[in-house]
Design a protein around this ligand. Structure first.
Ligand SMILES: N[C@@H](CCC(=O)N[C@@H](CS)C(=O)NCC(=O)O)C(=O)O
Length: 205
């Protein structure tokens, strides 16, 4: 199996961290795509993912699957003996999914928008709107405040154990630093949760 990815980009990092938690990193060959050079915009790459984004997983039979959480679900389903990260029971699965959606829509996406619209990193392929980037920055800061409150008295985001919700929130907090959004000194719960997740081996991949 191959995974086409970019080691510095946040979506591929979510996949690597998910695989590392399950002990599955050696199952894939990781192939680097240089986004700045537009290697994801070629016809060859589009044949694997017509949306032209990383990551993409290519199975040995040639099947290609894009979308970070679709790839993570493939590993969750394919390796049932590895630690579950998307919940075990129907209620756990629902709670993890709820958090994944809150994190994706209200935290990860605005962080990405803030990056794209204030840094100009992709100005060769989009029209950055600085005001929109700044509006997204406000949304990210709001969500970090919300997360700090939700983490009161908790070691992990949900289910009293480490799940993909922790992976997605952790990688977003780390990504937000690129646009100079940081955990505030008074956000004690968020700070200690972040430090706790950072000590895991998977946080280094
Ligand atoms: N919804 C997709 C988003 C993938 C995505 O936006 N990837 C970024 C890197 S983190 C990318 O490939 N950007 C390149 C571009 O926009 O040209 C997922 O969850 O995997």
């Amino acid at each position: 199996m191959k995974i086409f990815e970019t080691s510095t980009a946040p979506n591929p990092r979510r996949v690597r961290m998910f695989m590392a938690e399950k002990g599955l990193l050696e199952k894939a060959e990781f192939i680097q795509i240089d986004l700045a050079k537009g290697e994801n915009l070629t016809a060859e790459y589009a044949a694997r993912n017509p949306m032209k984004k990383v990551p993409v997983m290519e199975l040995d039979d040639g099947t290609c699957v894009a979308e970070t959480m679709a790839i993570c679900r493939y590993f969750e389903e394919s390796y049932p003996d590895s630690p579950s990260l998307l919940g075990d029971t129907p209620v756990e699965k629902a709670v993890v999914e709820q958090w994944l959606r809150w994190i994706e829509f209200s935290f990860f996406l605005p962080t990405g928008m803030c990056f794209q619209h204030t840094s100009g990193y992709f100005k060769d392929r989009m029209n950055p709107i600085k005001e929109w980037g700044e509006e997204c920055r406000n949304s990210v800061e709001k969500f970090m405040h919300f997360l700090d409150k939700q983490l009161y008295g908790k070691e992990y985001i949900c289910c009293d154990r480490f799940t993909a919700a922790d992976i997605n929130a952790f990688t977003t907090v780390a990504f937000a630093r690129v646009v100079d959004i940081r955990i505030q000194p008074e956000q004690e719960n968020l700070k200690s949760w972040y430090q706790r997740i950072k000590t895991r081996d998977s946080a280094g991949v």
